[in-house]
Design a protein around this ligand. Structure first.
Ligand SMILES: *Cc1c(COP(=O)(O)O)cnc(C)c1O
Length: 409
């Protein structure tokens, strides 16, 4: 009230206590310092580990042709793009990549971004705003959720993959502009949404569909063209109602993202997306590496077939874990295999036990996944061998026996 009152403690003084709360809830995140050690192996904090945590699904991130393309491009273009794409940053390499991306996914036009997070948080507010309606799957990736919030449109969240619930929400909405947003392959569960059914709903209700195929691009569909191509909805059968987004730091092995679709829609995004307009363009050396990566991905049927065999091997092996553990392998045909353990503490204990056996498998906890569904997110890659997967199965069997002998009763 008066200037003689004792000063209130600053809220900044509470930060250490709040950090301690996070640690007590087993939610403190720690970064590990890594270096590649060949194949799917990494040096992690100086220890060699067999890693099942990379989204480098085709094992292309360390391909010498990508490194060579980046090296050559560095000589020709320098390192940084130097400006926004709308000013001086749209290099010849980035432009060529956009054309090749559009051709690869068999859609009319593509726009290349420096990151997937920035793509979704930018394009959603460019498409809808106050008074418009957004429909979002409950398990969507954080950047779709954040893009939805930034847009100020009314958000309708529907239960995961529940298309009947979505249909009811679409039918009840009076908004003229409706946008449905969904992961194609869900990043923490690995399941694939029924794209034709989702699109049919959008057709019926004059909604636009934004599909995020971060985990399907390069892996699914003919020549790895992605989940939309797998659904037969590209090329001559493409719908102008679909905006197809995918990231380039996962199966493509580099960095960045793109959105592709109808020519006028992509032009609209180019004009209106603030995360595109007010940010420095991706370095041309990355675009050049990506052009090389598209060539490798198109020709990577052998890698995709090998990956498919590893997925089957892992699922067969995990099916023999004792049922009384209560661990639950989610249905998935993709390289993302989620073994739900339950509590944060139990999931962390399994992760730690695997770590002591030289295996690195991340425990994913809330808020990334719903409370009570903490899990191991096992990411397979064409860089793994069958012996690698066997090693993981043997180690998990050991964790299972240990958990059973410790369990009360
Ligand atoms: C990884 C990911 C992103 C973010 O892409 P970045 O290029 O890493 O920013 C977006 N959506 C999904 C579903 C993802 O898994």
């Amino acid at each position: 009230m008066t200037s003689s009152t004792a000063p209130q403690p600053s809220w900044l003084d509470e930060i250490p206590a709040r950090l301690a709360d996070i640690e007590r809830a087993h939610l403190l995140r720690r970064r590990r310092v890594v270096e590649p050690a060949g194949g799917a192996r990494l040096w992690v904090d100086g220890q060699p580990m067999l890693a099942f945590c990379s989204n480098d699904y085709l094992g292309l991130a360390s391909h010498p042709d990508l490194a060579e393309a980046a090296r050559e491009a560095t000589h020709r273009f320098g390192v940084g793009a130097g400006g926004s794409p709308l000013v001086s940053g749209h290099s010849a390499a980035n432009d060529a990549l956009e054309h090749e991306l559009a051709a690869y996914v068999q859609l009319p036009r593509a726009l290349y971004f420096y990151a997937g997070y920035a793509t979704n948080t930018g394009i959603i507010p460019a498409l809808v705003g106050e008074g418009d309606a957004l429909f979002s799957d409950a398990l969507n990736h954080a950047c779709l959720i954040d893009g939805a919030r930034l847009s100020r449109a009314t958000i309708h969240r529907y239960p995961h993959a529940d298309l009947a619930a979505l249909e009811a929400q679409l039918a009840a909405s009076p908004a003229r502009r409706k946008l449905v947003i969904s992961d194609a392959v869900f990043s923490m569960d690995g399941d694939l949404i029924d794209i034709p059914a989702l699109l049919a709903l959008c057709e019926r209700h004059d909604a636009l569909l934004l599909l995020d195929d971060a985990h399907g691009f390069g892996v699914l569909g003919p020549e790895g063209r992605g989940s939309l191509a797998q659904a037969g909805l590209t090329g001559a059968t493409a719908s102008r109602r679909v905006l197809y987004m995918a990231t380039l730091g996962k199966a493509a092995g580099v960095a960045g993202a793109f959105v592709a679709g109808d020519t006028a829609l992509i032009e609209w995004l180019l004009q209106k997306t603030r995360t595109y307009i007010f940010a420095t363009a991706a370095p041309p050396l990355l675009a050049s590496a990506l052009r090389q990566s598209l060539q490798l991905m198109a020709a990577a049927d052998d890698r995709r077939a090998h990956l498919g065999r590893l997925i089957a091997q892992l699922r067969q092996g995990l099916a023999t874990l004792p049922a009384q553990l209560g661990w639950h392998l989610l249905p998935s045909h993709t390289p993302v295999q989620a073994l739900v353990i339950g509590s944060n503490e139990a999931a962390l204990a399994v992760m730690e036990s695997l770590r002591l056996q030289g295996l690195w498998v991340p425990a994913i906890r809330p808020p990334t996944v719903p409370v009570g569904t903490a899990r191991l997110r096992i990411a397979l890659s064409a860089a793994h061998t069958e012996a690698d997967v066997d090693q993981l199965l043997v180690a998990l069997e050991r964790c299972a026996q240990h958990a059973l002998t410790r369990a009360p009763g």
